[in-house]
Design a protein around this ligand. Structure first.
Ligand code: ADP
Ligand code: ASP
Ligand code: MG
Length: 399
C-alpha cells in the first residue's frame, strides 16, 4: 500500500462532470489499496471572478480581506469533491487549509508555508478516508486565513507530500505533461518524458504556468518526485526529478514566455559608489523581487539604471524610488514581455544564444534587454511580439 498525493487544478474540477471524473480517478487509486490525499484548486475561473468581485467594491482592498475572499474558492471545490466521492461509495473528508495543518507566515496573498501539522490528515487516513484538502491556503500566527499566491495549490500538494513522506505526488492538469513550450500556443510543442528540478524551476519561474515555481523549489528541497499528467487523458505524463534521463542531443528543454514584466527606468542617477546599494537595498527591504538589471556607462557624472520586476510590485517600487530615494526621473513601462530558453545542456555548448538571437532577428523582433545564466537565456521584447517570438525560437531550436 502506498500513500499518494493527487492535485487537481481548476480546469479539472470546472463543473459537475469534471468533478465526477476526478472522483473516479481518486476512487480508483483508493480502491487499489492506497492511502490518498487529494488537493484541489478553485473551480475554473473562480479565483479570477472573486478578484473581480473585490474590484467592484474597492481598488485598494486589504490583503487580509483578499485572502479571506479568495480562500472561499477552494472551499467550494473540496466540499463538492468530497460529496462526489461519497456519492460513488468512496468515503471522503474535506479539510480547509487550516484544518489540514498548513501554518504560514504573515504575508497575506503571498504567504509561505512555515510548518505542516499533519495529525488531522493522518487520523483521517487511519480511518480509511480519502482526505480532500483545499489548496492555496493556510493560517498564520494570528489565526488569519492566508493564501500562497496564484497557482499556489501546486505548492500545497508538494508540502503535503513532503510532510507525509508520500510515495508519489501527482499533479493532474489540463495538458498531458510538461512540454517544450505551451502546447496551447505552439502547435508543434513536444511532451517531455522527464525534466530535472533545476530546469523545471527555471521554466516555471520564467512563465511556464504548468507548475508553480515555489512548488518546484519545495519539491527539490525535499526531493519529492512529481508526475505532471492529464486528468482527462489517462497516459504517462512528465516526471520532474533530481536527475532526468539524458535525452541525446536535447540541449534545450523549453521556451517560456512571461508577460508579467514591468521595466522601470531611473534616469540621471549620480555616477558614484553606493548608488546600486541605495536603489536595490531599498527595493529588497520592500520585498520586491528585481529580475534583470542594466546600467548605462556614466556621462557627465550621471548614469541610467534600468531594471525589471513584476507588474504587481511596480507601483510600490515606483513610490519607493520617488518618495523615499528622491529620484525624480523614474518611469515604468508595462508593454514588454520576457521570452526565455531553458536547458542544462546549453552550459557546455556555444552558439545556443546566437541561435535564439538569430530566430528573433529573422522575424524582425527587437531585443531590449538580455540576461543569461548557466541554464537559461532571457530576452525582453515588445509584448505584442511575444507569441510570435516563442514560436520562432521554438521552431528554430526544435525542428
Ligand atoms: P491547473 O489549473 O491545472 O493548475 P494551469 O492553468 O495552472 O493548470 O497550468 C496548465 C497550463 O499551463 C496549460 O493549460 C498550458 O496552457 C500552460 N503551459 C504553459 N507552458 C507550458 C508547458 N511548457 N508545458 C505544459 N503546459 C504549459
Ligand atoms: N485558485 C488559485 C489560483 O487560481 C490557486 C491555484 O489554482 O493553484 O491561482
Ligand atoms: Mg496551476
Amino acid at each position: 500500500m502506498a500513500l499518494i498525493v493527487q492535485k487537481f487544478g481548476g480546469s479539472s474540477v470546472r463543473d459537475r462532470e469534471r468533478i465526477f471524473n476526478v472522483a473516479r480517478i481518486v476512487a480508483n487509486t483508493h480502491n487499489a489499496g492506497n492511502d490518498v490525499v487529494v488537493v484541489v484548486s478553485a473551480q475554473g475561473d473562480t479565483t479570477d471572478d472573486l478578484i473581480a468581485k473585490a474590484a467592484e467594491i474597492t481598488h485598494n482592498p486589504s490583503a487580509r480581506e483578499m485572502d479571506m475572499l479568495l480562500a472561499t474558492g477552494e472551499q467550494i471545490s473540496i466540499a463538492l469533491l468530497a460529496m462526489a466521492l461519497n456519492e460513488i461509495g468512496c468515503h471522503a473528508t474535506s479539510l480547509t487549509g487550516w484544518q489540514a495543518g498548513f501554518r504560514t507566515n504573515r504575508a497575506y496573498t503571498k504567504a509561505r508555508i512555515t510548518r505542516m501539522e499533519t495529525e488531522r490528515i493522518t487520523s483521517e487516513l487511519a480511518r480509511n478516508r480519502v482526505v480532500v484538502v483545499a489548496g492555496f491556503q493556510g493560517i498564520n500566527k494570528l489565526d488569519d486565513i492566508t493564501t500562497l499566491g496564484r497557482g499556489g495549490s501546486d505548492t500545497s500538494a508538494v508540502a503535503i507530500a513532503a510532510a507525509l513522506h508520500a510515495d508519489r505526488c501527482q499533479i493532474y492538469t489540463d495538458v498531458e505533461g510538461v512540454y517544450t513550450a505551451d502546447p496551447r500556443k505552439v502547435r508543434n510543442a513536444r511532451k517531455l518524458p522527464e525534466i530535472t528540478f533545476d530546469e523545471m524551476l527555471e521554466l516555471a519561474s520564467l512563465g511556464a504556468q504548468v507548475l508553480n515555481n515555489r512548488s518546484v523549489e519545495l519539491a527539490k528541497k525535499y526531493n519529492v518526485e512529481l508526475e505532471v499528467l492529464s486528468s482527462l487523458n489517462p497516459m504517462p505524463g512528465t516526471l520532474v526529478k533530481e536527475v532526468a534521463k539524458d535525452m541525446e542531443g536535447m540541449l534545450i528543454k523549453g521556451v517560456a514566455k512571461d508577460t508579467d514584466v514591468a521595466v522601470i527606468t531611473i534616469m540621471n542617477v549620480p555616477d558614484e559608489p553606493g548608488m546600486s546599494f541605495k536603489i536595490f537595498g531599498m527595493l529588497a527591504q520592500k520585498n520586491i523581487n528585481v529580475d534583470i538589471i542594466l546600467q548605462s556607462t556614466g556621462r557627465d557624472g550621471k548614469k541610467d539604471v534600468i531594471f525589471t520586476c513584476s507588474q504587481g510590485d511596480a507601483p510600490v517600487a515606483m513610490r519607493a524610488l520617488k518618495e523615499s530615494a528622491k529620484f525624480n526621473q523614474v518611469s515604468c513601462d508595462n508593454s514588454y514581455a520576457k521570452v526565455s530558453i531553458v536547458g542544462a545542456g546549453m552550459q557546455s555548448h556555444s552558439g545556443v544564444a546566437a541561435s535564439m538571437f538569430e530566430a528573433l532577428a529573422n522575424n524582425n523582433i527587437n531585443i531590449h534587454m538580455i540576461s543569461t545564466s548557466e541554464i537559461k537565456i532571457s530576452c525582453i521584447i515588445d509584448r505584442e511580439e511575444a507569441d510570435r517570438a516563442v514560436s520562432a525560437i521554438h521552431d528554430s531550436l526544435f525542428d
